[in-house]
Ligand binder design. Structure first.
Ligand code: ADP
Ligand code: MG
Length: 293
């Protein structure tokens, strides 16, 4: 490809909201056959809301919100923001947390009013030896099948509540995925969330494959293994979690509201809210490089 033709492509991209950081990125886009999407904040809006509070028998709704809110106040995850909002709305001011630690891709822990509080995925609590009774399992399964995320709360090793969180699929996601399929590409949803939540979201937008329950540190590894299977992989993501995966892909696509870290790791920055910018980027590469040959 001639440098001039590539520059024209880069210029055309800018008009479409596709900022190409290096001309190599345009060449890489041409042979992409798989697009991996991060779930939270990429396929979904990432603006989570607490859709349900389920205290265990004997536990008080305002109390479980207070405890969870206190720990999540120190976290940065979209889940944490949603829990803090619900907790302050219903329980007022939140107590202090001591000895806070974030557990990336799992949850968070800290001491609140002398109690050891753990909030996070059912897997995290199970690994910590917290017993999850049948009624909680039922809540978990039902909400996952609706595409919601489930988070559990324990204090001093006893389960106190389940919280369900809803995150809207971006309205443009189904059309973007359909367009990628028309271009002959395969689509994958990559997430730290549970498999059944991920499958529901994937079905809602028409994504082909699901890779779920992946810790943030393992996301890049999963992208690498797709490449080792001979696939040419573009990865679209937004978060701090995604930066190594974006950098590992043949082509890293950062969505505009993404963090600075993700943007640095990406080859192409997509500055339109509309996810159809992803197939636009692929088509742009095809078209630009076709005119050259
Ligand atoms: P995603 O891939 O969707 O961005 P993450 O890898 O960040 O998800 O998180 C995976 C799972 O870990 C979440 O679905 C949730 O169950 C749990 N989790 C992560 N951070 C928190 C938190 N601050 N509070 C509660 N749960 C959390
Ligand atoms: Mg994300």
């Amino acid at each position: 490809a001639t440098p001039t033709a590539l520059m024209v492509g880069v210029g055309r991209g800018a008009q479409l909201g596709i900022l190409i950081k290096g001309q190599d990125a345009l060449e890489a886009s041409r042979s992409i056959d798989t697009v991996v999407f991060d779930k939270t904040g990429t396929i979904t809006t990432g603006r989570m809301t607490v859709s349900g509070v389920h205290p265990m028998p004997g536990a008080d709704r305002a109390e479980v919100l207070r405890l969870a809110g206190a720990v999540e106040h120190a976290s940065e995850h979209a889940i944490a923001t949603a829990v803090v909002t619900a907790a302050t709305e219903e329980a007022g001011s939140l107590p202090e947390v001591e000895g806070f630690s974030a557990l990336p891709g799992l949850g968070a822990r800290g001491e609140v009013e002398g109690r050891r509080v753990l909030v996070g995925s059912p897997r995290l609590l199970a690994d910590a030896g917290v017993e999850v009774p049948a009624e909680a399992t039922e809540v978990i399964e039902t909400h996952r099948s609706r595409g919601d995320t489930v988070v559990l709360l324990a204090a001093d090793g006893a389960l106190l509540a389940a919280f369900t969180l809803h995150d809207e699929v971006r309205p443009s996601a189904p059309a973007a995925v359909a367009e990628l399929h028309r271009l002959g590409l395969r689509t994958v949803l990559l997430t730290g969330d549970h498999e059944s939540t991920a499958r529901t979201v994937a079905a809602e937008v028409g994504i082909d494959e699901v890779i779920a329950g992946v810790l943030p540190a393992e996301k890049a590894e999963r992208v690498r293994s797709l490449r080792e299977q001979g696939r040419q992989v573009a990865m679209a993501g937004d978060g701090i979690n995604d930066a190594p995966a974006l950098a590992t892909a043949d082509l890293g696509l950062a969505v505009a509201h993404g963090t600075d870290i993700a943007i640095k790791a990406a080859d192409v920055i997509l500055v339109r809210e509309d996810l159809r910018v992803v197939p636009d980027a692929v088509r742009l590469a095809h078209r630009t490089l076709r005119t050259i040959r």
